[in-house]
Design a binder for this molecule. Structure first.
Ligand SMILES: Nc1ncnc2c1ncn2[C@@H]1O[C@H](COP(=O)(O)OP(=O)(O)OP(=O)(O)O)[C@@H](O)[C@H]1O
Length: 370
């Protein structure tokens, strides 16, 4: 799919931004704090209706203004969509082809993007939460039902935890109330688990192949979804049954600790190279290469799921990768995936790419074609 153009009003440090993108490579070059990442963030908002870095949506409204708006023209499967997202101090509104959508999940999924930012190099090394977020963001943008289940699961989990924290004793009344939440937790949670298992399995196939190429066939990468609820099998029914059993079995412990100790909010992806856990034994370079392989695999996976390549956003990462990995990234993606790159300098970039790319200079919330 192609993002043809982008317009933003009062978004971060842009009073007004209007950008025509190359179907191949667009490079945004500028010094620090000029507004390069802000542009990628606005594109992410069109894709996920959520920023990768803002705590609250209202942070993205230009200081002193009442609202921010982002509009993009997307071509996918030979159809053009106009996506518009308006952020107000209270809430946001989304439109597709000028028709307002009441549910955000009806907006998400028109534009698929994969963002690769410096913090993603922590994907392997970081805490399990980082890998769960990776799963949720990627699955969420290709599967609206997953997103729905996730939102519901988090809501129920929060309520259950509040109940556990506030309760004074584990009496029959509390048990009864917990059972009500458990039913819902099992319903939503089991669906999340089975989708994640399937996703990691597919991701593994692509990531292993990419990793093999990047390391010139020297290393073999393996990903596996770590979840205690898979003890009795991977089918939805098996997960549901085991999840229910575990919630009951751990009720005392949960009450004592004031939290829910089992469920997909505790899961992880194990990353191995040559059968050794990379989080524990991998060098920094191996951890980075594994993270890169996972991210690039995501691109292939989205293509498989939605029938087209997503738009790739590379936020200042080229300088973080050595030449071999940079080359692989650009060679494998540059030809077939629409790519936006932010960088503080162009001289480190591949010659061929610079010739093909559309380059904009970004300076204090304004852009100029070079
Ligand atoms: N709500 C806002 N209103 C106005 N300006 C903002 C707002 N939020 C952030 N900014 C400004 O945006 C700029 C940061 O932009 P951005 O994060 O895109 O930088 P960048 O060009 O990617 O820099 P770097 O190379 O350091 O990552 C800062 O100058 C910041 O003050």
């Amino acid at each position: 799919m192609i993002l043809q153009s982008l317009e933003a009003v009062n978004f971060r440090n842009y009073a007004h931004l209007s950008l025509t993108l190359s179907p191949y490579i667009t490079i945004l070059v500028g010094q620090n704090a000029q507004g390069k990442t802000n542009i990628l963030e606005s594109i992410l908002m069109l894709s996920l209706a959520k920023s990768h870095r803002a705590g609250r949506d209202s942070e993205m409204i230009r200081w002193g203004e009442e609202f921010a708006s982002v509009t993009g023209q997307v071509v996918r499967q030979q159809r053009t969509y106009e996506l518009n997202l308006k952020i107000l101090n209270r809430g946001k509104k989304v439109r597709v082809n000028q028709i307002e959508k009441r549910r955000i999940s009806d907006f998400i999924g028109h534009l698929n993007v994969v963002l690769f930012a410096p913090e993603d190099l922590q994907l392997v090394k970081g805490a399990p939460q980082t890998r769960r977020k990776f799963l949720d963001v990627e699955l969420g943008q290709i599967n609206p039902q997953y997103l729905h289940n996730l939102v519901q699961y988090q809501r129920v989990l929060q309520q259950r935890n509040n109940l556990l924290k506030d309760a004074e004793s584990l009496d029959s009344r509390l048990s009864e109330m917990l059972s009500v939440w458990d039913d819902q937790l099992v319903e939503y949670g089991s669906r999340i688990v089975t989708k994640r298992v399937e996703f990691v399995h597919k991701l593994q196939m692509h990531a292993a192949e990419i990793h093999r190429q990047i390391t010139s066939e020297k290393e073999s990468l393996e990903l596996s979804y770590q979840c205690v609820l898979l003890e009795n099998g991977r089918s939805l029914e098996a997960v549901k049954e085991y999840f229910r059993q575990q919630l009951v079995a751990r009720r005392k412990e949960d009450f004592r600790r004031g939290i829910t100790s089992t469920g997909p909010h505790r899961d992880d992806i194990e990353v191995q190279i040559d059968s050794k856990n990379v989080q524990v034994y991998g060098s920094q370079g191996q951890q980075r290469t594994a993270a890169l392989s996972m991210k690039l695999a995501e691109i292939e996976l989205i293509r498989q799921e939605v029938g087209e390549y997503p738009v790739l956003l590379l936020d200042d990462v080229l300088s973080e990768l050595d030449e071999m990995r940079q080359l692989h990234l650009l060679e494998s993606m540059g030809q077939k995936v629409q790519t936006l790159i932010t960088t503080t300098m162009t001289y480190g970039l591949d010659e061929m790419m610079r010739e093909k790319a559309v380059v904009y200079r970004v300076s204090q919330g304004t852009i100029e074609k070079m």
